[in-house]
Design a protein around this ligand. Structure first.
Ligand code: TRP
Length: 449
């Protein structure tokens, strides 16, 4: 027999867990990198726009479907309709979401492993272990394998402990520390030479670039990645939320926290890029293209910390430790939906399911590490630029066309009957039915044609 399902114990626990899922490497590694790559402020504007007008409604679809069905993504869609065709469609979408989320975790663990190495480096340097330090910050396959595995192990360990003890406890305390450290670092970087040029790139848009199809498709992918959409993550987190919560408000809070932290991280990284450039580090090539997108923050941030003199080592340690934790609250969220699927559909215990799924994903990660040149960027583009928005679109189609409108309203009204008269219910149902699918499709077709 399956165990009764345990959900999040408190509202703040849910917000922290969902924000913990949303806030991660996407905010501090991917968002600033993509901003630098796509010309700066124009990308920021488009990203913010798409986060609110496309990603937030899609987030609401996932949260609502999850809470109404109270089960894993594959059975969730099936449970909400009795039409055979819709059920088959829903099963497919749910399953693809789980596959997409698992693939994302397989490269995410590698990047998160790099965060761990940069946390350890200040320690080995402080102890005078020069060789260890250069191994940690080098790019050997052995180093990548070691830390990818270590990070996967941490992820599996937290998830095997369950929703309350694992996810909720780990997510609640550490997020605020990350924000404080970011703000302190921004204040510092803005005093350095070169920072102003970075701020300018970040905040003054070149309006002719905003509607560039490639920029739009990257911004859309980034918005979906950052809100953890199209991977069953928010659906499964939604399934652990109490019925009396006001879902649209929770969703809005998560979107605000997530975009707020991404924006704040940009205020640090973009100026830091130009400070590094001012100090003779080559970041852009002659044609103005970013040189190494995957390692940008590992070039720029350590250079910044070095410039701080003696305290630099401590700051570097603190920063990368918090990044590791932010990555962990995200990676556990990616593992949760495949684990819930395996426990609920195949009756495995949570522990067994976690180790099984974790092992499969670790194998995929290992393949990526061993074939880095051909697979790393490929898997990222496949899952984040295409997979997530398309699955988000398919989820919106389900919520807008296949799930009964009255059933959705009833689900939201668990909080209060008044929701029917509020702004959300006036806009969202037709919005998710027409605007989201069409807009997502247009951005795609535009970027392909
Ligand atoms: N949103 C997280 C970040 O910005 C990553 C993440 C967590 C994620 N769960 C996800 C991305 C599911 C895609 C799908 O780092």
């Amino acid at each position: 027999m399956s165990q009764p399902r345990v959900g999040f114990q408190s509202r703040i626990g849910f917000i922290m867990a969902a924000a913990g899922s949303a806030v991660g490497l996407g905010n501090i590694w991917s968002f600033p990198t993509q901003t630098a790559q796509n010309g700066g402020a124009a990308f920021v504007l488009m990203y913010l726009l798409l986060a609110f007008v496309l990603a937030y409604p899609a987030l609401m679809a996932e949260l609502t479907i999850g809470r109404a069905a109270n089960t894993n993504p594959v059975s969730a869609f099936t449970k909400l309709t009795s039409n055979k065709g819709s059920q088959a469609y829903g099963r497919l979408v749910g399953f693809l979401c789980i596959v997409c989320g698992s693939l994302i975790l397989s490269f995410y663990a590698l990047v998160a492993g790099w965060m761990v190495t940069y946390t350890a480096e200040p320690i080995t340097t402080g102890l005078g272990l020069t060789e260890a330090s250069s191994w940690l910050t080098g790019s050997s396959t052995m180093r990548n394998l070691t830390f990818t595995w270590l990070f996967m192990f941490l992820t599996v360990w937290v998830i095997s402990k369950g929703v309350v003890e694992g996810i909720e406890r780990w997510s609640t305390r550490l997020m605020p520390m990350l924000v404080v450290l970011l703000v302190v670092l921004i204040a510092y970087v803005l005093t350095l030479d070169g920072a102003e040029k970075g701020l300018q790139m970040y905040l003054v848009p070149d309006f002719s670039q905003i509607w560039n199809p490639q920029l739009m498709v990257s911004a859309m992918g980034q918005a979906f990645f950052s809100l953890s959409l199209g991977a069953g993550t928010m659906l499964i987190y939604g399934s652990y939320v109490k019925k009396e919560e006001h879902l649209p408000k929770l969703g809005a809070q998560i979107t605000l926290i997530d975009t707020g932290i991404a924006f704040t991280a940009g205020l640090l990284i973009l100026p830091a890029i130009f400070v590094a450039e001012h100090n003779g580090i080559t970041i852009f090539d002659a044609s103005g293209k970013l040189i190494a997108e995957d390692t940008l923050v590992f070039t720029v941030l350590p250079a910044l910390f070095n410039s701080m003199g003696n305290v630099g080592g401590f700051v570097a340690f603190g920063f990368f430790a918090l990044m590791t934790i932010a990555a962990l609250t995200s990676s556990i969220s990616m593992l949760e939906s495949p684990v819930a699927y395996v426990t609920e559909e195949f009756g495995l215990s949570r522990k067994k399911a976690t180790w099984l799924v974790g092992a499969i994903i670790t194998v995929v990660s290992t393949l990526i590490v061993l074939n880095f040149e051909s697979l790393f960027i490929f898997v990222i583009v496949l899952t984040t630029k295409y997979g997530q928005p398309l699955l988000g679109l398919m989820t919106c189609v389900f919520a807008g066309w296949l799930w009964h409108r009255n059933a959705i309203l009833k689900e939201l009204q668990h909080h209060s009957q008044a929701i029917e008269a509020g702004w959300f219910w006036k806009i969202w149902p037709w919005y998710v039915k027409f605007v989201c699918p069409v807009a997502i499709a247009i951005v795609f077709l535009n970027s392909i044609l």
